[in-house]
Design a protein. Structure first.
Length: 126
């Protein structure tokens, strides 16, 4: 009987830790750009960055978390799209890809093309 009770307590503790860990990851994932959920995957018209240089750069979600945060996406900056990934930040968001990254907080963002090129942008939701 003592062994059965010990197994029950161990199982309850394990399940409790599993739920606590999953709730922390959901809270941490809630820092990025919000979309309308997984149905927005592949929709490039939902998130568009309108920048001071007069150009628009659509962000086409590839993977969206359960809470609606874009985890990976294609950022269209010219001829070919650039694959970008969400990098967890304390405040705001950063999407980084090969030679390009996007730092932002809420509707404001800075689009960086390497070390020397930086453009201020705002997010236009459709």
């Amino acid at each position: 009987m003592r062994a059965g009770f010990s197994n029950f307590v161990s199982s309850a503790l394990f399940i409790g830790f599993a739920f606590a860990a999953s709730s922390q990851s959901a809270v941490a994932a809630d820092l990025g750009i919000m979309t309308s959920g997984p149905r927005s995957v592949g929709s490039c018209s939902e998130i568009v960055f309108t920048c001071e240089n007069g150009r628009t750069y659509p962000l086409c979600p590839i993977a969206v978390s359960v809470v609606g945060v874009v985890v990976t996406a294609s950022l269209y900056t010219g001829h070919r799209p650039t694959l970008v990934r969400l990098i967890p930040m304390g405040v705001g968001y950063r999407y980084a890809g090969r030679g390009i990254w996007l730092d932002g907080f809420r509707e404001n963002a800075l689009l960086n093309f390497g070390k020397n090129g930086q453009i201020a942008c705002t997010i236009q939701h459709s």
